[in-house]
Design a protein around this ligand. Structure first.
Ligand code: DOR
Ligand code: ZN
Length: 352
């Protein structure tokens, strides 16, 4: 083995990535945020937690058309739609939407877990018929994995969910394709490692960059608050190891969740971090720090499509080692939104 250290690469060319977990909202906010994602990604799994939520195939088709109308000319971008599961979801409608290509997946929000989740599922056993149908037709289930019981500490809600809800679900329906979204704990990583190939996870840039100190040390920092909330440092390190491990179980899902500045900087600030404008640069900083640039393409561009049974993108993007300063705020339609890394300088830049 040579002792000479490798020169740090100055650029990285990979297949165009996809974002497997994203919030676009609707109306003016949507029109302001869609271009950030469409510039970087070929596809994105679009979350259905609008108000009212996207609960049927027809609503998803209508929402998809509104998103497509917001994609800037010349960019090739495809939104992949999800249906918001409720206690009353009709398995027929879901199956038809999946067969027609309108729906790519369905999203389980435990009722009350996060933004616009009030109409979510009150008890997973109420949707047994829906989940059985999804398992039979190969339709993936995206899960917000937190219990909502008032007595469970917010920092324990993901680990409790895994033990009480997810492990029994996977045992009950071993064929069901499950994505545990935006994982934040070493318990999630341990669960994934022990699970079969039908269980996967997305990881956000913020959970790779920050631990809970970022939210609370030196004052409350609302722009660092999202759900599931960032945990202790030990958990962040477990997520970094998982994302950069080369394992096919983990893939890119930003959970970019735009909220206007006034809704974040409030006595009861909304959960959500808007990372879309510099998502690839943010992830790449982590892979660079972990000396895992050679594993970025699998995480960003290969593992997700393989899990969803879709082809990887054929075109390529290039990132170059040129520093870029993230603005303090970006346009959010009606009012401004503060992006993740606001005011910081990142070491890589996407070449347009
Ligand atoms: O922080 C979050 N924001 N977590 C979620 O689960 C939902 C999202 C949103 O829609 O704002
Ligand atoms: Zn989300």
């Amino acid at each position: 083995m040579s002792q000479t250290s490798r020169p740090a690469p100055e650029s990285l060319t990979i297949r165009r990535p996809d974002d497997w977990h994203l919030h676009f909202r609707d109306g003016a906010t949507m029109r302001a945020v869609v271009p950030h994602t469409a510039r970087q990604f070929a596809r994105a799994i679009v979350m259905p937690n609008l108000s009212p939520p996207v609960t049927t195939a027809q609503m998803a088709a209508n929402y998809r058309a509104r998103i497509m109308a917001a994609v800037p000319e010349g960019l090739d971008f495809a939104p992949l739609m999800t249906a918001y599961l409720t206690d009353d979801t009709d398995p027929e409608d879901l199956a038809r939407g999946f067969a027609d290509g309108v729906l790519t997946a369905a999203k389980l929000y435990p009722a009350g877990a996060t933004t616009n989740s009030a109409s979510g599922v009150t008890d997973i056993r109420r949707i047994d018929a829906v989940l059985e149908r999804m398992a039979a037709i190969g339709m993936p289930l995206c899960i917000h994995g937190e219990v909502t019981d008032a007595e469970v500490d917010i920092f324990d809600r993901e680990a409790e969910f895994i033990e009480r809800v997810l492990a029994p679900l996977v045992a009950r329906l071993p064929q069901l394709k499950v994505i545990l979204e935006h994982i934040t704990t070493e318990q999630a990583v341990d669960f994934l490692e022990a699970a079969g190939p039908q269980v996967a996870a997305t990881i956000t840039p913020q959970h790779l960059h920050i631990n809970r100190n970022a939210i609370l040390v030196g004052g409350i920092r609302p722009h660092m608050f999202c759900l599931p909330v960032a945990k202790r440092e030990r958990h962040r390190l477990a997520l970094r190891r998982a994302a950069t491990s080369g394992s096919a179980k983990y893939f890119l899902g930003t959970d970019s969740a735009p909220h206007h500045r006034r809704d974040k900087e409030s006595a009861c600030g909304c959960a959500g971090i808007f990372n879309a404008p510099f998502a690839l640069e943010s992830y790449l900083a982590v892979f660079d720090e972990e000396d895992a640039l050679d594993r970025f393409e699998a995480f960003a561009s290969l593992n997700g499509p393989r899990f969803y049974g879709l082809p990887a993108n054929e075109d390529r993007i290039t990132l170059e080692r040129v520093s870029v300063t993230v603005p303090d705020e970006v346009s959010g339609g009606e009012t401004a939104i503060v992006p993740f890394h606001a005011g910081e300088t990142l070491a890589w830049r996407l070449v347009d």
